[in-house]
Design a protein around this ligand. Structure first.
Ligand SMILES: NC(=O)c1ccc[n+]([C@@H]2O[C@H](COP(=O)([O-])OP(=O)(O)OC[C@H]3O[C@@H](n4cnc5c(N)ncnc54)[C@H](O)[C@@H]3O)[C@@H](O)[C@H]2O)c1
Length: 261
């Protein structure tokens, strides 16, 4: 019997995915449900489409409405989940804000609002679920970073700082909890076609549209095409699985071969 089977005997394996209402989070939640996890789909809005897709595929999920910029809402949401399900076996810190702002125009309030969602919420969520993972001797933490940490890119100083912090936190958590059956890894997507990124109001560096950005990135990547949500879900599925038990502290870059580490 594998460690995870011992840890979860008599209850469903539980995966909590943040930012699960759309985009990458929706893809991760749907894939983990197919992998037989009971998915806790956390978002500030109801995860209506995600839950419908999971249920249509015969999977199981629970909606958890939490604003990740509110620490009390995070601790209440996790407490509710733990008391109902007994554990969170897999935590996918996916939710993130991706604004493009010239560095000299970022004010402190914007900086803090971004850090609250992109870095502080993953910190608080890890802290809330790790005690149970420790006592179960099993856990998978997957933090969604970004390939922008390794690229020349304009207008993302606060964003890149948050994602670099997330990669650093992942590495440090891996050291701290490797002896408890808990792994911590990051996934770093490249530019990926999601709801958030395709919002017509969104503009990338220098005011370009996302379509223009994708066209440019294609010329730089080893695999010359735009990234889709389906390109990312296998990486998260693998890092959430028993097969990744000896992999921790790593950053898996999924960007068509642009950033190589
Ligand atoms: N799409 C890309 O090109 C790309 C590239 C690199 C990294 N990423 C990272 O992947 C992750 C997902 O990106 P996406 O493109 O799917 O984004 P998206 O905007 O499509 O979805 C983000 C989700 O997070 C939720 N969210 C935002 N703030 C929240 C809050 N305060 N509380 C709860 N939920 C909140 C939103 O409601 C939304 O459902 C982000 O961390 C992003 O930085 C994306």
């Amino acid at each position: 019997m594998k460690t995870s089977e011992k840890a979860v005997s008599g209850r469903p394996r539980v995966a909590l995915v943040t930012g699960a209402a759309q985009g990458l989070g929706q893809g991760f939640a749907t894939r983990l449900a197919k992998d037989k996890f009971h998915v806790i789909a956390l978002d500030r809005v109801a995860c209506v489409d995600t839950l419908a897709a999971i249920e249509a595929a015969g999977g199981k999920a629970t909606d958890l409405c939490v604003d990740l910029s509110d620490p009390k809402a995070i601790s209440d949401g996790v407490a509710k989940t733990l008391s109902h399900f007994g554990a969170v076996d897999v935590l996918v810190n996916n939710a993130g804000l991706i604004p493009n702002v010239e560095f000299e125009k970022i004010d402190l309030a914007q900086w803090r609002a971004l850090m609250a969602v992109n870095l502080e919420a993953p910190f608080l969520l890890c802290q809330s679920v790790i005690p149970t993972m420790k006592s179960n001797g099993y856990g998978r933490i997957i933090n969604v970073a970004s390939n922008t940490v390794g690229l020349k890119i304009a207008g993302f100083v606060h964003y890149v700082a948050s994602k670099g912090g997330l990669i650093g936190m992942t590495r440090a958590l891996a050291s701290e909890y490797g002896g408890f059956g808990i792994t911590a890894n990051a996934v770093a997507p490249g530019l990926t076609r999601t709801h958030g990124m395709m919002d017509p109001a969104r503009r990338g560096p220098g005011g370009v549209t996302t379509d223009q950005e994708i066209a440019h990135m294609k010329t730089l990547q080893a695999i010359p095409r735009g990234g889709e949500v389906d390109d990312l879900v296998g990486a998260v599925s693998f890092l959430a699985s028993d097969d990744s038990a000896f992999i921790t502290g790593q950053t898996l870059v999924v960007d068509g071969g642009l950033w190589r580490i």
